[in-house]
Design a protein around this ligand. Sequence first.
Ligand code: IVH
Length: 712
Amino acid sequence: MVAMTNSAAVLADAAAYAAAVEEASLAAAAYYATGESALDDDAYDRLARGIAAYEADHPEEVLADSPTGKVAGGAAVGDVPHTVPMLSLDNVFSAEQFVTWTASLERRIGRPVTAWSVEPKLDGLAVAARYRDGRFERLITRGDGTAGEDVSHAAGAVVGLPERLAEPVTIEVRGEILMTNEQFAQGNAIRTEHGGAPFANPRNGAAGTLRAKDRAYRVETTFFAYGALPLPDSGELGEALAELPHSEVLAYVAGLGVHTAAGTAVAPLRATTVEEVQARVDGIGALRAALPFGIDGIVIKADLAADQQEAGSGTRAPRWAVAYKLPAVEKITRLLAVEWNVGRTGIIAPRAVLEPVEIDGSTVGYATLHNPADITRRDLRLGDQVMVYKAGDIIPRIEAPVVHLRTGDETPIAFPESCPQCGSEIDASEQRWRCTRGRDCRLVASVSYAAGRDQLDIEGLGSTRVVQLVDAGLVADFADLFTLRREQLLALDRMGETSTDNLLAAIETARTRPLSRVFCALGVRGTGRSMSRRIARHFATMDRIVAADAESLQRVDGIGKEKAAAVVAELVELAPLIGKLVAAGVSMTEPGATPPPDPGTEEAAAPATADAGAPGGDAATGSALPLAGMTVVVTGAMSGALEKLSRNQMNELIERAGGKSSSSVSRRTTLLVAGEKAGSKRAKAEDLGVRIAVPEEFAELVGAFLTAGEEA
Ligand code: IVH
């Protein structure tokens, strides 16, 4: 269930109240005028709630410019009158508040509401787009709700607002303009290239872009319609629109060629009961982190025109709709330092150290920064106030510095001049910097990774032991493990006969691991466990993987042009190591996988199948496999026959049984295996109508492959 447990600011007296009103008004004015507020949404909401609480206790002291009394964004900018005021929405923050709200609406209209529309609350700016006889005429911001600013000059770069509608109608479409995550990244890159300051977040980006005139570069935004109304000379359409349920208005607008949220994972849905509404609210909440654009809540509207008309509107907000706010996922905090960590493959990656800040229920102290160029591109400086985004279980990221909060005391971020791990030179010829010693720089980490549970699974070979082996000069890469001799091990500290024999036995077993595990142990950048399995099943032997060119690698599901080229380059670098592994008798084949036909044959010339990740020659036997054609996601704790399996082993099992394993639920998911303590993935699957099985049912389905796998 989505709830918001945010406190309100406590205002002790009239002076504190007046100061709060001033701070909120300034922030709101800045937010709506330039998108540059000093407060993040959460801080603003807390302040506004404190003000509302004070006003409830002291109704005689309410100030005229209190943000509670007027349309949000009261800054009067613009002089184009709205035909019908552009209202704001009342907020609820919990299921209880939502139920109370529906009850008061139903009391007011004197009957139950039997149809609701549940849709995303898009986090952008409200605009009205006017069309006359099907032609775009004007784009107007909300302004103070009664009049807005003409921003028609910007319409050409707004995706989703066509120049011409599919029918020659006169209509005003209302909706939200925002930047998708991709548009935001692209927009900021272009902006900083042109010497401009980056936008702090997509919302600011959309606001700034709408207002900008005469820019030397083009930045795109996206429009999502959430309503429509007739204009004075709309003719018959006016009456027709007034009668239509809201959901049909949206469908009509989409049919005219205007973009709506209909094609997205959080498309508006109709619900008939409060329970259904709540389920969809939870579903949208669970989908939020994975969306390619920002939402800050869910809007719930009485769908029927008659219900809306009877409920009517107040001066600030309609009574037939409400915003169910989601917790803030963005906060402003300070960038304290940048750490430079060297990864297993020698990549030198920067990480932002932040003044710890609580976002969406967890404390965020670090955020990813991709590479040095990323820092330069975003013009980040030490001491900057930065906008940090974190939702669900995604890794927190810095959206951008909040440039207007700079004090002048910020300092440039120093880039390392030599490898922070070993002091060697840095290869800075590519975007991602790398220690010139490559994998050797982090030898202990690479060998430990190769020996890890999901790779060669060598029991008894933890990092301490690897350090010993490396220090003793016995191991210069993980292939050397396979030629270790008994007396060499016995000579090490704390290595008795039993541990030595056990380790040697574990290494013997590792020699027979399937290719997918051996390939994964190589630690090729960008190929984790699941990608390694796909590559191994596709090519079936190491020889074929090594011989593959970028083009044939791209036949593997999930490998694009860029990754293919990177894998080919790394395999060249890894050739000596692979040669040593072969010489040491390590298994180089994938049991059960059939290689793809040799290039040049007729079959090879045929287009790649959709599921290139399946074993090459699977076509003949594929249909016999219980999970053929299925995409399966596993979540929660496994039980019964599956209890001991790691996630990686579950995924291996799925793939042996002909399925595709995936870590996230989407419309493409066919089955979710949900054990105890399944969380948001289960909610999402329920929401999307994905079939759900408990571990025991699943074990029955793939029973034969369970034992086959143990032997493999
Ligand atoms: S309906 C008269 N639907 O949220 C009803 N608003 O906080 C007015 N918003 O002013 C709006 N997504 O800018 C509606 N699906 C949606 C929305 C939405 C975002 C914005 C809109 C509104 C603000 C209120």
